[in-house]
Design a protein around this ligand. Structure first.
Ligand code: P6P
Length: 340
């Protein structure tokens, strides 16, 4: 612990070691992997916070797997995270939004597989809206198979051993879970340390906020249209009408949902018939966090973390947030599913 103004503060590194000590058989490898991500996050945070005054802003001219223009900061974040993970020889491969296929790291025997969205919401970089890095960690199944196989990476979200995000906003925060609850850290740039600010965080069971891009209203299912109409009706008993909040940066929208409750929705639409958000490096890790905090996450029919992946960049619709909010929208979707 460190003393600042006589206050005992716990750093991310200390917290990870303390948590590891709760597992007598722990080898410390997952702890090292989380520390690697924390280090990369500090470096990315420094660049994000000065993007406006360096030449790192703007497009680098390339396109990612989804045909989206790649911003220079995306590539910087991708490089920093992969380099940090490669150094400790614990991770055998990385799958990232910025790379079409699997990135095989120097440690062929590494026991972990990491999915990354290095800089989610990057279209907001130039307008100074919060953006985030997302990570999802799996144990390699065929551990002793010398051949690194892409199939090792096709695991459902329930197999995640750790997941989390870094949110580069008014402050830089790191939120993660290893399946024992959700902890939140805030970066103190004056000492370059992530400081523990909340552990065992719980999402409110209900929240009077809905978060969805209403521009795609015309392509919604009838049940979703009816649900949003329900949110907009006056009912002081249930705190309706709800507030509408949509940042367009999933990490920021999910973090607000974690803290204040409510629901975030990205449905399928004409433009995205399978949904826009990626299962493996956006929806699964954020669903792990929300479920660990007592919330729910579904694709409208199936629990997100039980979806069987068959492609590393697979997309899915998502309804995620407070338990009561998700249950209500599911009722509307089921009730109107039969209606054309
Ligand atoms: P839309 C950002 O590009 C992103 O992947 C998520 O961070 C965000 O929630 C979503 O897309 C926003 O998509 O179609 O509303 O602009």
């Amino acid at each position: 612990m460190i003393d600042i103004n006589n206050k005992r503060l716990v750093t991310l590194e200390e917290y990870i070691i303390q948590s590891q000590n709760r597992f007598p058989g722990a080898t410390g490898e997952l702890s090292q992997l989380l520390r690697d991500i924390g280090l990369a996050a500090k470096i990315i945070s420094r660049e994000v916070n000065k993007a406006g005054i360096t030449n790192i802003l703007g497009l680098d001219g390339s396109k990612n797997i989804h045909g989206e223009s790649v911003k220079k900061l995306d590539l910087f974040a991708d490089e920093q995270l992969i380099s940090a993970l490669d150094r400790s020889l614990i991770t055998c491969m990385v799958i990232s939004e910025e790379n079409d296929g699997v990135v095989k790291l120097s440690s062929k025997g590494g026991k972990y597989i990491v999915y990354l969205d290095p800089l989610d919401g990057s279209s907001n970089i130039d307008v100074n809206v919060s953006i985030g890095s997302i990570f999802s960690v799996y144990m390699r199944e065929a551990r002793y198979n010398p051949e690194l196989r892409e199939e090792d990476a096709f695991q459902p979200g329930i197999k995640q051993v750790a997941a989390g995000y870094v949110l580069y906003g008014s402050s830089t925060i790191l939120t993660y879970t290893t399946g024992l609850g959700v902890s939140v850290f805030t970066l103190d740039p004056s000492i370059g340390e992530f400081i523990l600010c909340e552990r065992g965080i719980e999402i409110p069971e209900h929240g009077a906020i809905y978060s969805i891009n209403e521009g795609s209203y015309n392509s919604w299912d009838l049940g979703l249209k009816k649900y949003i109409k329900y949110c907009q009706e006056e009912d002081p008993e249930t705190g309706r009408p709800y507030s509408a909040r949509y940042i367009g940066s999933m990490v920021a929208d999910i973090h607000r949902t974690l803290i204040k409750g409510g629901i975030f929705i990205y449905p399928h639409s004409k433009k995205y018939p399978n949904g826009k958000l990626r299962l493996m490096y956006e929806c699964n890790p954020l669903s792990f966090i929300i479920e660990q905090a007592g919330g729910m996450a579904t694709d409208g029919e199936t629990r997100i973390m039980e979806l069987k992946p068959d492609a590393i960049h697979q997309q899915t619709p998502i309804y995620i947030g407070s338990k009561k909010n998700v249950e209500t929208v599911m009722q509307y979707l089921e009730e109107y599913a039969a209606v054309a």
